[in-house]
Design a binder for this molecule. Sequence first.
Ligand code: CTP
Length: 402
Amino acid sequence: MDTSRGHILIGITGGIAAYKTMTLIRLFKKNGYEVKVVATRHAMEFVTKTTVETLSQNPLYVDLFDHDEPYDVQHIALVDWADAMVVAPATANIIGKYAHGIADDLLSTILLACSKPVFIAPAMNDNMYAEPSVQLNITLLREKGCLIISPNDGFLACGTSGKGRMEEPEEIYEDVVQYLQGPKCLSGKKVMITAGPTYEPIDPVRFVGNRSSGLMGFALAEAAADMGAEVTLITGPTHLQTQNAHIHRVDVETAGEMYQQCMLVQENQDVMIMAAAVADYTPAAPAPEKIKKTDDELQLQLTKTKDILASIGKVKRDDQILVGFALETEHERENALKKLHNKNADMIVLNSLRDKGAGFGTPTNKVCMITKDEQTFESELKSKADIARDILNVVCNLTKQQ
Ligand code: CTP
């Protein structure tokens, strides 16, 4: 089954900016897109087949008739496969050919056959870019419905400075992804996420903790922020860092502190996802000074912590979505369903401990999501970033049903 986020067909033409297209391929691949590349003969002066094929993990296409695959009308097959096309860098030549319907190599033929969104990232000398016929051709492409990613002002390979420098790969990537995703489904939504372990103090230097790394909660926070949410991440001790500026991080140590911080903000949230491994018990009377070793046994009295998920479940409104996690070792579905209903959650994410590569501390996970109307979504074993997106896609659908 194809689990990629989408298929991107990249066209490379003969300009020095072609080296930056290697970063663009890498960005799409890293973020879960499948990439195929078509290069012109001149582009091959600037990049190598090995680099392109290694980065894209697909064969590079250059000529109309050079493939050894079973007979297939190749330009049509590539267009059918693609969800979007990106020509980067786009020279004045390809822009002119595409604007006037000339098809004399594989890339120009594909462009004329393409009914999918086409992004064009021009790159050329500033005088060439300003030249009236080039500008006219760009206007013609806009009128055809192409999405032009305008070049920047800056230092050019020809030694001058001016408008003609290809937009940076990160910006091209963002433009394409935003277009493909459409309006972000969590735009304007407030999302609270708990993450990591809690440390329950025994004395000033010792604690009762657990092996949670925080990876799943942090991946959820990044994915929710990418999908447009304002995120409050309430996290127990972890060495992890956040990337997205739309994540407001609140560091806590104990289950009690996590409870307090969650209760402070829960009323204003649209979605709350409890991915933290919160201690169920905490030392009843942590010692104010370090406990000295004696010849006697040491008994540790533990008292129950407050269940944050259940507490929020009691007060949450119907327009708020509450998601819990469950880690079960037997009667998994039955126990997860009990948790879902008892804690008044809208969805429970069942972590599998049976699968290698899933659970605490691993970069990958495999989960089963069960909604309160008992619909089930099973994921494969994949990166926690991908699992986070799967979870949030189900959450998005739940928010739409409200
Ligand atoms: N949870 C919480 N506050 C607690 C304990 C757990 O918010 N004090 C949340 C976790 O973040 C998770 C869910 O409850 O989303 C399930 O936690 P889990 O420990 O699996 O379930 P318990 O209810 O503690 O039940 P049991 O330990 O018996 O399986």
